[in-house]
Design a protein around this ligand. Sequence first.
Ligand SMILES: [Zn+2]
Length: 258
Amino acid sequence: MQIVTDAIVLHAFDYLESSRILRMVTREAGVRSVLARGARRSSKRFGAALDLYAQGTADLQTKPGRELDTLSAFDVMRVRHQLAADLARFAGASMIAELTLRFARDVADPGLFDAVESALDTLSTASSTRARDAALGGAWRILLELGVAPSIDDCAECHAPIAPDQAAMFSHRAGGTLCERCSRLARAGRMLPANARGALRDWLSGEPHEVTDANEVRAHQRLLREFLREHLADDRPLSAFDVWERGTLDVPATVGGP
Ligand SMILES: [Zn+2]
C-alpha cells in the first residue's frame, strides 16, 4: 500500500552498505520505521531528506505485517539546522524525539503530528535561555495528545474546581492537582505554586510560558520526569531525557580557573 503523508525525521542511522533507516512521525500513519534504499550511495536521491528533523511529504510503501516501510520519495519543505546550532535546543529536540518515538503508535494522529511540529519549530528559534521552557511546553503538549495530560484546574480525584491563583498539591498517582480536601487524604504529592500551575496551564493549551529561573526549570523538569514515569514509561531508560535534564545542571567552564 502507498501512503503519501507529511513526515518529520526523528532518528536516522546507517543500514547495510548503502542505505539508511529513518524513524519518522507522520500525520497519516503515526510513527514509522522507513528504509531509504541507496541513500548513502547517491546524495541526489534524497538530499536533505535524511537530515534529522527535516520535514516534508514522504511517499511510503507499506506491507501488512512488515515493520519496515520503504521510502520511495521525500519532498523536503523544511530543514531545521538551527536546532543543531545550540546545545540547549538540540538537547530539547532530542528529548521531544525520544518521547514521540517511544510512546506514539503507528496509527494516524494529526494532533500528535502538529504538537511535534510545533515543538520543533518553537525550539528552532528559541534563545538558549528559552530553549528549556520551549521543550517543557512541547513535551506537555505531546503528553496531552498521547492522552495523559494532568488536570490543573480541577481536582484529579473529585473534580472540584481549584482557584487558579492558589497553590495546590500535585499527585502523580491521581493524575494532577488535588483540592484541599483530597490533598489531606493523599499519601504523596508535591506542592505546586500558583505560577507553576500557570505554566502548566499555558503549555497544555499550546501557549508559550517563560521560565528562566534555573531552580524553577529544574522543578518543572523533575515534575515532568516523575509524571512520565508514572503514566508512560516502561523499564527502559529515557536517555535523551536524562541528557536534557542534566544539561541544566552543567556549570559553564571557567577559562583559566583555579
Ligand atoms: Zn478533590
